[in-house]
Design a protein around this ligand. Structure first.
Ligand SMILES: [Ca+2]
Ligand SMILES: [Ca+2]
Length: 170
């Protein structure tokens, strides 16, 4: 493998007209390994460079958002439950959405998960919620077992008593 062949392989990748191509067996094998590898490395490098610019822009935009003054309209938009004030949770959710760190679907899913865990509906998660959920789960399992037992009895058909064909007077 000669130096000019290695240089040709670069032209082969980046120009690719086919007028320059590897002639020796060893150079062909080198190209088989080198071409896919170099395409992968260059793609990854370009991706990283692009990410650096994107991250810089996002950081700049987030800094601008944090430093910006909050208006009455912002407060009204943040106050999602309409109780007249912005809670810390409402503020954080609003800022995360504005920074494109979360979307509304993810927030909705998290709200649903919280409400499902808050079994007593107190608005907070306590040990009592977990106890209540465990009891509900056991009760559901018991009902499920009972329902299965009933349906298995129904499938077997009506229950019949054995009646004697012999009359009592005989
Ligand atoms: Ca509120
Ligand atoms: Ca609770």
């Amino acid at each position: 493998m000669r130096l000019h062949e290695i240089i040709y392989s670069f032209f082969h990748i980046y120009v690719g007209y086919g007028d320059i191509f590897p002639k020796t067996e060893s150079m062909r094998w080198f190209c088989i390994v080198f071409i896919p590898m170099s395409v992968g490395i260059i793609s990854a490098s370009l991706g990283r460079v692009a990410n650096i610019f994107i991250e810089k822009e996002i950081a700049k935009s987030n800094k601008k958002l944090i430093e910006s003054e909050i208006t009455i309209e912002d407060l009204e938009r943040m106050n999602t439950d309409g109780d007249g004030e912005v809670s810390m949770l409402e503020f954080i959710e609003f800022m995360l959405k504005s920074m494109h760190k979360v979307d509304q679907n993810l927030l909705d899913d998290l709200h649903d998960q919280f409400h499902a865990l808050d079994a007593d509906g107190s608005g907070g998660l306590q040990k009592e919620d977990l106890d209540l959920l465990t009891k509900q789960k056991r009760s559901e399992q018991r009902n499920f077992t009972l329902k299965n037992y009933k349906s298995s009895l129904i499938k077997k058909g009506p229950f019949r008593f054995q009646t004697s064909t012999v009359c009592p007077g005989d």
